[in-house]
Design a binder for this molecule. Structure first.
Ligand SMILES: [Zn+2]
Length: 475
């Protein structure tokens, strides 16, 4: 057994990783989690348990290819890697928009953005929308949301079902953080405030069954501490982005360590997800919410179960953020979201664990993945501007990006030979492009369950909070 371990290259990667981590972790130490061991057969038994908590961690603006567990060559994410190595990692995941509000509305409801109707500046989720927190609360969970992004604030309807829905107070924490650039409206505090609030919540509710939603923002803000700076990734925006991933990873490590100490890890399901990625001039832009290319739509997804697998399960077929909650509710034996576009991935996870889901063609996998962005969403003070609906459909290795209101527009990419989407094949493969466009129609033509999304007034305080994210132009 030991010989098998020391023969494995993972042993040496792990050892090297531990040494690096031991050398650099001072303010926030990383202790890797230990849980009872389990097998994939035990996934089905989760439905019968009534003691499993859920911690849903959303890392804003995290593209998957910057995590070491997704093949990145920098050690940005030791804790996420540890969770993936003993849990379930989804290899290819599409977010449903590249702008937080639209993406999160889809993630929570299991509906594509065209079907939530939450696509523009003032749109909100109505009371008729059913959110997972409501189902969990009805099932007896104590529910809390801790968030630092104004696009998921109460006024946009994202607080439905939460007993507590709060922005953490900026603390006087000792963490000296590097900031990418000064701002006239800085986003106050940092993700350690959120971590501290989460730990406080967990300690107060350790005897109850709870659901905790954390929405981390420091990757969006490119914020990182001195320990991350010691990794010397460099000083470009892209380097600062990597450093901030390391800082947020250590915040998650702090949370996991606390769950270990309070003996809650063996009855907690932890999910790591992201609302969209970030571009670094792959297609002429820096940032997100501008287009729908792969660097802004492909995100990580990791499940850490209340037990550990000896070897992590990797789900290779393409999946979507709208599948996350149908999957979690199915896994926990809870009522399903109504009228969804997403699907439970539990059969796909079980097939992957058996080694039977190597390609997108397996019947358990979603048929395709759509993303949507209204290019006029953020036009501040010009809300009469007409919509600019941009859609992408990804199926197998192909992805088509096009304007929905322009039949002649479109870019077609083949990830087999062009993983960064640089060569537009639309003129060479007209039939394939038309087929993908047609396939997207069946989803686009479905009605919004609650009619149009309501519009809300946004007061000056909220406007300043949104400005702090860098979304709104100063007038
Ligand atoms: Zn976001």
């Amino acid at each position: 057994m030991f010989r098998r371990i020391i023969d494995s290259p993972w042993f040496y990667y792990g050892l090297a990783g531990l040494l690096v981590v031991a050398a650099i972790a001072t303010q926030l130490e990383i202790h890797f989690p230990s849980r009872p061991m389990g097998t994939s057969e035990e996934i089905a038994k989760l439905r019968e348990r009534d003691d499993v908590n859920v911690i849903f961690i959303l890392i804003d603006t995290l593209r998957s290819d910057r995590l070491s567990s997704y093949g990145y060559d920098r050690p940005t994410s030791p804790m996420l890697d540890a969770l993936a190595d003993s849990g379930i990692r989804f290899d290819r995941v599409e977010a449903q928009s590249t702008w937080t509000k639209a993406s999160m509305a889809s993630l929570w409801t299991g509906l594509y953005p065209m079907r939530t109707g939450v696509t523009r500046f003032r749109h909100a989720l109505p009371q008729e929308a059913v959110l997972p927190a409501e189902l969990l609360k009805q099932a007896g969970f104590h529910t809390a949301g801790i968030w630092r992004n104004g696009w998921v604030a109460n006024n946009f309807g994202f607080d439905q079902g939460f007993d507590l829905y709060m922005r953490p107070h900026p603390s006087r924490s000792a963490h000296e953080l590097e900031r990418r650039s000064p701002s006239t409206h800085p986003l106050l505090g940092n993700d350690f405030d959120a971590t501290e609030s989460a730990i406080e919540f967990i300690h107060g509710h350790a005897q109850e069954r709870f659901f905790l939603y954390m929405h981390y923002m420091d990757v969006h803000q490119y914020l990182y501490d001195q320990e991350a700076a010691k990794l010397e990734f460099g000083t470009s925006y892209s380097d600062a982005y990597d450093s901030s991933i390391y800082w947020v990873d250590r915040n998650i490590a702090k949370l996991v360590e606390d769950l270990q100490e309070t003996d809650l890890l063996k009855r907690t399901l932890i999910v790591i997800a992201a609302d969209h990625g970030e571009s670094f001039y792959e297609h002429g832009e820096e940032g997100h919410a501008e287009n729908l290319y792969r660097e802004v739509t492909e995100v990580p997804l990791i499940f850490s179960l209340p037990f550990a697998f000896e070897q992590g399960v990797v789900v290779k077929p393409l999946v979507r953020n709208i599948d996350i909650w149908p999957t979690l509710l199915d896994m926990l034996g809870l009522p399903a979201l109504p009228d969804i576009d997403g699907q439970s991935l539990v059969p796909l996870i079980e097939a992957a664990a058996r080694g039977e889901a190597e390609s997108d063609d397996v019947e358990e996998a979603p048929p395709s993945a759509l993303s949507f962005l209204d290019g006029s969403w953020g036009t501040w003070g010009e809300h009469e501007r007409p919509p600019e609906p941009l859609l992408s459909i990804r199926k197998g290795p192909m992805r088509m990006v096009f304007r929905m209101d322009d039949p002649k527009s479109g870019e077609l990419f083949d990830h087999t030979s062009d993983p960064t989407e640089q060569k537009n094949l639309v003129a060479l493969r007209e039939e394939q492009a038309a087929g993908l466009r047609q396939e997207s129609e069946q989803w686009v033509s479905k009605p919004i369950p609650w009619g149009d999304a309501p519009e809300v007034e946004i007061d000056e305080m909220h406007v300043n909070q949104l400005r702090a994210l860098g979304y709104l132009r100063d007038e």
